[in-house]
Design a protein around this ligand. Structure first.
Ligand SMILES: NC(=O)c1ccc[n+]([C@@H]2O[C@H](COP(=O)([O-])OP(=O)(O)OC[C@H]3O[C@@H](n4cnc5c(N)ncnc54)[C@H](OP(=O)(O)O)[C@@H]3O)[C@@H](O)[C@H]2O)c1
Length: 278
């Protein structure tokens, strides 16, 4: 932790636009120093200058493609440093489209950016946080993690994207249980449609792309981040910014436990067939 500026250093991935840029802004205003990570250097530099001037925060930039293992290793080294008290795993790409039509290489990239990178960065950051007795990791998932088999329209085709965000939810909830009793927190935030550049492209190229996936506006990114930071202060593990009835999450957990508790080591009768296969 730095001695002269606020609560420490926060690393925000995908800080060059949208929700990540908003985390950077709100955290800087709360007194955090920042490490901003993304591919687009110009955007990062511009934001770093602006936030440094307006808030007095010390803002570093790390230009990195999180789908490249050498770049990811550089970022992992930075998040393991002792000044880092918060990691926001926000960078993400969608790879939307019918599963059998999306470029297989793009699908691998979706896994790299949305699953491998946040896992590697959490693994890099948490040992030091535990040793220092403070810190948090925020993982940005999506409401699409809960959309399951809902058909496309207005939702996009999203098998791999939904799968990656489902991973983020299960990973974070399970890790939170593992870290219970420590002062270190993990949170997964599940925004619904949010007004960013995310839907300007179905691929992984820097935005703007040519095709919009959605034309609706969505929740302002500022509200997603305000909700996430309020939930972090309140100790919420799963933050759904647009969910009015928070009890729905408790019912979901109870239903999961019902599936788990109702499954024994004997095969369920409905799968038994008679001797003739009937
Ligand atoms: N917008 C929504 O409706 C919505 C809803 C639910 C969840 N989310 C999630 O919110 C997160 C942020 O998305 P957003 O809506 O703010 O979209 P966005 O404006 O497109 O921001 C995505 C960010 O990720 C970065 N990024 C993408 N690929 C990267 C890579 N290979 N290496 C490093 N950085 C990379 C981008 O920066 P560069 O291009 O400069 O690298 C950009 O800063 C994502 O995880 C997304 O899945 C969004």
């Amino acid at each position: 932790m730095t001695e002269d500026h606020g609560p420490g250093t926060a690393v925000v991935t995908g800080a060059s636009s949208g929700i990540g840029a908003e985390y950077a802004e709100q955290l800087a205003r709360q007194g955090w120093n920042l490490v901003l990570v993304a591919r687009r250097a110009e955007r990062l530099t511009g934001l770093a200058r602006e936030l440094g001037e307006s808030t007095g925060a010390a803002v570093e930039t790390v230009v990195a493609d999180l789908a490249q293992s050498a770049d990811l290793a550089r970022v992992a080294e930075r998040v393991a440093a002792e000044d880092v008290a918060l990691v926001v795993n926000n960078a993400g790409i969608n790879g939307y489209g019918p599963f059998t039509e999306v470029d297989p290489a793009l699908l691998v990239k979706v896994l790299d950016v949305n699953v491998t990178a946040p896992t590697v960065l959490a693994r890099a950051a948490l040992p030091g946080m535990l040793a220092r007795g403070r810190g948090a990791v925020v993982n940005v998932a999506s409401l699409l993690a809960f959309a399951g088999a809902l058909p496309p329209g207005p939702l996009p085709h999203r098998a791999v994207y939904g799968g990656t965000k489902g991973y983020m939810v299960t990973f974070t909830r399970t890790l939170a249980a593992e870290l219970a009793g420590t002062p270190v927190r993990v949170q997964v935030v599940c925004p619904g449609l949010t007004a960013t550049e995310f839907h300007l492209t179905a691929g992984e190229a820097p935005v703007p792309g040519e095709r919009r996936v959605h034309d609706d506006g969505g929740m302002p990114a500022a509200d997603v981040v305000t909700a996430s930071l309020a939930a972090l202060a309140a100790g919420e593990v799963v933050c759904v910014p647009g969910l009015v009835q928070a009890e729905a999450l408790e019912r979901l957990a109870a239903a999961e436990q019902g599936v788990r508790a109702g499954s024994g080591s004997t095969m369920a009768p409905r799968y038994r067939t008679g001797p003739d296969g009937a």
